[in-house]
Design a protein around this ligand. Structure first.
Ligand SMILES: CC(C)(COP(=O)(O)OP(=O)(O)OC[C@H]1O[C@@H](n2cnc3c(N)ncnc32)[C@H](O)[C@@H]1OP(=O)(O)O)[C@@H](O)C(=O)NCCC(=O)NCCS
Length: 161
């Protein structure tokens, strides 16, 4: 049912097929996991098909090694009318270790689409706990900062074919 699943966690081992030319996990593989977790999270919230509209602030803080246990956690932190803002954390640990380390974090925006593939309203996320409020504030702060980034992007795009 829509509006009942606010977060989701993927857990799996980084496989040899995920390797990059340096012997560690490929950044593209991490981005795919992030997108998949964000998608599963927002579809669970909206109860309808969703598309990625924006991926922001992605930073690869630490490499992930092949064979490490990876955790990708996605949670809704803010909703607009048809958009859902999702904070995604990726962490990894050796399967024999107890403490995972954060490797990547980003904030994404997904948009819910109806059967005609038009943006459609989503259930509202109401932050209750101080942590939820803080995450919601973070999403709104990032949204304001994007206005400046978007203006610079549009200006640049006008100049190129
Ligand atoms: C995302 C998409 C559906 C938005 O369509 P649109 O015609 O711009 O729709 P609207 O202007 O009505 O915006 C719909 C919502 O998306 C949000 N949105 C659109 N572009 C955005 C962006 N770049 N960053 C953040 N939010 C964005 C709007 O703020 C609005 O949110 P709200 O309803 O909560 O206020 C459209 O741009 C699209 O299909 N993009 C391609 C998606 C895609 O292929 N993704 C990769 C594969 S899944």
């Amino acid at each position: 049912m829509a509006g009942t699943q606010r977060e989701i966690t993927f857990r799996f081992l980084a496989e040899p097929g995920d390797v990059n030319f340096g012997g560690q996990v490929h950044g593209g593989a991490v981005m795919k996991w992030i997108d998949q977790a964000g998608y599963a999270c927002t579809v669970g919230w909206a109860g309808t098909y969703c598309v990625t509209a924006y991926v922001g602030g992605i930073q690869f803080e630490r490499p992930i090694k092949i064979g490490q246990l990876v955790e990708v956690h996605a949670q809704i932190v803010y909703t607009g009318n048809t958009s859902m803002h999702v904070a995604v954390n990726v962490s990894a640990r050796d399967p024999t270790a107890s403490q995972p380390e954060r490797t990547t974090h980003c904030l994404m925006v997904f948009v819910a689409l109806d059967a005609e593939r038009h943006p459609t309203p989503v259930p509202k996320f109401e932050p209750v706990t101080p942590e939820e409020q803080e995450l919601s504030n973070y999403a709104q702060e990032m949204m304001k900062m994007r206005e400046g980034i978007e203006a610079a992007r549009r200006k640049f795009l006008q100049k190129i074919p």
